[in-house]
Design a binder for this molecule. Structure first.
Ligand code: ADP
Ligand code: MG
Length: 692
């Protein structure tokens, strides 16, 4: 930036494009220098030059994510040609921030500034600053173990303690020892930085005080029975009764709830007539298309001539807690819940459950109200609940997750001794055991726990180990084209749309895609129909399928097929007219998911194999009957246990495809075992006869 008078009179040139900076650049620059971090620039540059690891703590909105990586780019440019990586726990944040920073640096997104998230790489050889999900950086570590591409790595939102961030910290702790030139910056929005400092051998701390205003907290006197109801009521009340201008931020748990709340708020507002101020409802969740996500930055509607204040209300998941800063928020409504991952290693079930948030989360949420001026936070729970029932901090994700993918990736990274790996918080031994067991049954690890050739290929796919295994094995069942499509469809958001006002029509439409043998094949039918209809959005609309899901499914499919090509995994299909066409596909499914099987008991309910959990077919299933043996993609834990995305399979396939897992000598006594024993005997005698 110009310091001398001579420089001031010169036209500044963008070092990347060689062109004079556009007026927009200067506009952004004026705003940037008002951010709290800006005063700390010199300090930061000095620390970066002196130390290998730095911990940086700053209030949400102080400019950590957008500014500090840009300073690191300057450092990196002075050192050579390597790039800067900045990780984000969320895809949305990686995309949105990269977009913003490309504008601030006056370059095209995907060129000097880019992003990389699973199944989408928007970067190029020119990229000097890459925002990426923490999971993607971990993946890069598999092919570039010393992360040689980077001069500086920033782990942002470290306080979230996502699974991938925790692993990265462990991996990078080793890498920095071997690469003295690499710099590591750990950024966090909360103050408990001591743990990070200690972990990185007493790394220096830089603390950026935010420019925050006091936030007044209100609690409900009694617990709310229906928090959604209460939240909507509170939103309307604030909008109508508060006298100062300022926007609202409501935290809810997921897409469905958010869309529902927006609809209900709009309806209530319509009933209030034209005299009241306008209230613009903006949903925000991770699967929302990027152009709609950007709506959170739109200004609030104007105040009417009668003085009625116009506001916007952003209805958001946890994303707005720290990942994305929304300016102008003065009122926060916090019902106290979030969807959180929980894992039960005993029954091998990982699920997203709506659970109470921690005190730390509640404080972050409240803080969002004080960015521009003093604000108010309405907690829809009692003060007692806050003090006595909420835990202090959210447990790190590594303690709440199935570690199948993680262990496979660590093995691929060359980390064999998981027991002695320096985790910041080591996972439960039972969870690690379960992961090793799963990978062993899938033949990704041998009996000594070493990565097999198959396991090494599996790790290359950005998929759960079961899916990767199924995809690779499908080549042997002459149906890799079809399994590729199914895998892609399982990797994108739900493709069937079921609008409240047209449930019946949507269900009828879905049944036209239904395959008698189950949901996996139904997904395949939808994908094929989409392609046959030339990917027509109008066709999607008319058939109640989500165009965007299918489009991204198609994109995922292409990317996975490129990985298959790299390993010479042939793409083949069985002749469609052959009776084996669908049988082969179902057999391939069993190759990946033989541990996710349920058996229909004589009592009429399903029991999961080995874990003996009572489950029901999810109501979304297109199966019109109850097959005796089914394979399922997902165990859904709500008030009941459901299995979702279910397909009919034959028990003799289980015995043939996964004899190790279905070793009947070591099988718990149950109805399924007796059935399998009968089949085993028949198979043996048939072999015996054939042997003659
Ligand atoms: P932090 O990471 O410390 O929470 P950020 O660097 O993300 O802060 O944001 C700093 C400021 O930049 C925010 O207060 C906001 O005003 C602005 N900002 C960031 N992203 C965008 C965007 N996509 N559009 C408009 N403003 C943005
Ligand atoms: Mg940030």
């Amino acid at each position: 930036m110009p310091t001398s008078t001579a420089a001031k009179n010169q036209v500044q040139h963008n070092p990347y494009t060689g062109l004079p900076y556009t007026p927009r650049y200067h506009e952004f620059y004026k705003k940037r220098i008002t951010l709290p971090v800006f005063e700390y620039r010199t300090d930061f540059m000095r620390l970066l030059a002196l130390h290998q690891c730095i911990v940086l703590v700053g209030e949400t909105g102080s400019g950590k994510t957008t500014q500090i990586p840009q300073w690191c780019v300057e450092y990196s440019r002075s050192m050579g040609l390597k790039a800067v990586a900045c990780t984000q726990p969320r895809r949305v944040a990686a995309m949105s921030v990269a977009q913003r920073v490309s504008e601030e640096m006056d370059v095209a997104l995907g060129q000097e500034v880019g992003y990389s998230i699973r199944f989408e790489d928007c970067s190029s050889a020119n990229t000097v600053l890459k925002y990426m999900t923490d999971g993607m950086l971990l993946r890069e570590g598999m092919s570039d173990p010393m992360l040689e591409a980077y001069q500086v790595i920033l782990l942002d939102e470290a306080h979230e303690r996502t699974l991938a961030t925790d692993l990265l910290m462990g991996v990078l702790k080793e890498v920095v020892k071997q690469r003295p030139d690499l710099k590591l910056v750990i950024m966090s929005a909360t103050l408990d930085a001591g743990k990070f400092q200690q972990y990185f051998d007493n790394a220096p701390l830089m603390n950026v005080p935010g420019r925050t205003h006091p936030v007044e907290i209100f609690y409900t006197p009694e617990p709310e029975r229906d928090y959604l109801e209460a939240a909507i009521r509170t939103v309307i009340q604030i909008h109508m009764c508060e006298e100062v201008a300022g926007d609202l931020l409501l935290f809810l748990t997921g897409q469905e709830e958010i869309e529902e709340a927006c609809k209900r708020i709009k309806r209530e507002m319509d009933n209030l007539g034209p005299e009241v101020g306008e209230l613009k409802c903006i949903p925000l969740y991770s699967t929302l298309p990027p152009n709609l996500q950007q709506r959170i930055f739109e200004p609030a509607p104007p105040t009417k001539p009668n003085g009625a204040i116009g506001r916007k209300v952003v209805v958001s998941t946890n994303i707005a807690e720290t990942s994305l800063t929304i300016d102008g928020v003065v009122f926060v409504i916090d019902p106290g819940f979030a969807k959180q991952k929980v894992y039960n290693p005993r029954i091998r079930v990982e699920s997203l459950l709506v659970s109470p948030i921690s005190k730390a989360s509640a404080q972050q949420r409240a803080g969002r109200a004080g960015r521009t001026r003093p604000g108010k936070c309405f907690r829809l729970y009692t003060e007692r609940a806050y003090k006595n029932e909420m835990q202090d901090n959210t447990y790190p994700e590594i303690l709440r997750s199935n570690l199948g993918s993680v262990v496979l990736q660590l093995k691929k990274l060359g980390i064999d001794d998981l027991v002695h790996f320096d985790f910041m918080d080591p996972p439960a031994p039972e969870t690690l055991m379960r992961a090793l067991e799963l990978l062993n049954y899938l033949a990704a690890l041998d009996d000594d726990g070493n990565l097999t050739d198959l396991g090494a290929v599996m790790a290359e796919f950005p998929l759960d180990p079961q899916l990767a295994k199924m995809l690779i094995a499908s080549c042997n069942h002459n149906c890799s084209n079809e399994i590729l499509s199914i895998t892609a469809m399982l990797s994108v958001p739900q493709c069937f749309v079921r609008p409240n006002e047209a449930k019946k029509a949507a269900d009828d439409s879905k049944m036209r895609f239904a395959h008698i043998d189950g949901d996996h094949l139904t997904l395949l039918n939808v994908y094929h129909a989409f392609k046959q209809n030339m990917e027509d959005p109008q066709w999607c609309y008319e058939h109640f399928v989500n165009y965007r899901s299918l489009k991204s499914g198609d994109n995922v499919r292409q990317q996975l097929s490129r990985i298959m090509d790299r390993f010479s995994l042939k793409r083949t299909s069985t002749d469609f007219t052959s009776k084996d066409y669908y049988i082969n596909i179902r057999k391939a499914l069993v190759n990946g998911f033989f541990m996710q099987v349920a058996h229909l008991e004589r009592t009429g309910h399903y029991l999961t194999i080995k874990d003996n959990q009572v489950v029901q077919l999810h109501p979304s299933s297109c199966l019109d009957h109850k097959p005796e043996w089914v394979i399922y993609n997902e165990f859904v834990l709500t008030t009941k246990n459901y299995i979702r995305t279910v397909t009919d399979i034959k028990p003799d396939w289980l015995l043939k495809i996964a004899p190790q897992y279905y070793d009947l000598q070591n099988f718990p006594q149950c109805e399924a075992k007796r059935q399998l024993e009968g089949i085993q005997t028949r198979l043996d005698s048939k072999q015996y006869q054939e042997g003659f």
